[in-house]
Design a binder for this molecule. Sequence first.
Ligand SMILES: [Zn+2]
Length: 386
Amino acid sequence: MAKTVTTLADGRELIYFDAGAVAPPRTAVDRRPLDRSAPASEVRLDRATGAWVTIAAHRQARTYHPPADECPLCPSRDGRLSEIPDADYQVVVFENRFPSLATAPPDLRPGGVHPGAGHPDGGAPGADPMRTARPGDGRCEVVCFTADHDVSFADLDEDRARLVLDAWTDRTAELSVLPEVAQVYCFENRGAEIGVTLAHPHGQIYALPFTTPRTARMIEQAGRHREATGRNLFEDLLAAERADGERVVAAGEHWTAFVPFAARWPYEVHLYPNRRVADLTELTEDERAEFPARYLDLLRRFDALFATPQARRPASGRTPYISAWHQAPARNGGELALHLELFTVRRAADKLKHLAGVESGMDAFVNDIAPETAARRLRDALARPA
Ligand SMILES: [Zn+2]
């Protein structure tokens, strides 16, 4: 994998990732008249639950469902200037123009260094304990999987999926060492049903200045399990699923995909490396080499769930999903094991799962599909005659 780092007109960083050891020349310059803007978000602590909330009111102005010929994630071609200066690319990562989180450069920082700097998960010392808030430091990056506007991740070949994995790994390594960053989260939202506002195949990376509630709960559970049993929770979970087999969707030499026993979503699959690691940077070459086949297989099973034709279709007609990498935070990551959680909000061809009163009001899920049934349907999804 070859990396070329460049800067956009407003100072944001953009990185080209190319397969092979040598990158093609990536010298195109961003010629758009863009102003540098100071990030303006804030993170506030909800004292009642201990969860941090990001207040990013400036994002209301962001690009919303642009027509295909104004796509900001297509390469710059035929006189049309986009976020990517080059006329073609393989995988590209750049800082989001409308970030929920961003660390201001020193000259744009009001009053110089802010008091929360270097204290992930802590508030400003001496502040009102009922109103703990910090600047929304961190970084939000966009990951474009391909220059082709009309495909989806499931349509990529294994080499390209591997290049995306390498880009996620690179970003995890670089972002997790930043002093203001507590957790690096790589994810993809696909489908308008999920709230995706740009159709171009892309994902995102959030480098967060706090540990997210779900991650914090997992670390806590793993700590309790260690105390009670002397063992690692995630190793025990994976071993139990592999021994039982009823919820296993697919398994390879290095990865296992299963529907969790207490799945929250109609179709939800967790993909674990068989050897426990903390984050993407700890995967071996053999584990990396097998990942593309495993992951593409899962995405294609999701697409095949709802009796959809196998022909290439616009992403908007396919199974909407969220694909979420769970990685142990570099500091205080406890025993969290790297894994990917893939799930859809679609529960039938014409029905979506909405997060209503019980889920949104109480964070308690009601799932209409038995995890064992979901696993069976996912196993059978690609066997169905076309
Ligand atoms: Zn596009």
